[in-house]
Design a protein around this ligand. Sequence first.
Ligand SMILES: [Zn+2]
Length: 51
Amino acid sequence: MAVKHRCKVCGYIYEDDPKNAGFPFEAQDDSYLCVVCGAPKSEFEEIRTRD
Ligand SMILES: [Zn+2]
């Protein structure tokens, strides 16, 4: 099981983006915006995967 963060607006998954490796979502500043659609950090939700 792994916890990931997904943008509720466009479906972008933060942890699946290679350029975010080693930099957890929680460590992002509150001003972080989705790189795909520009949604604010508050529009991300936690998801759990089986891998
Ligand atoms: Zn997005």
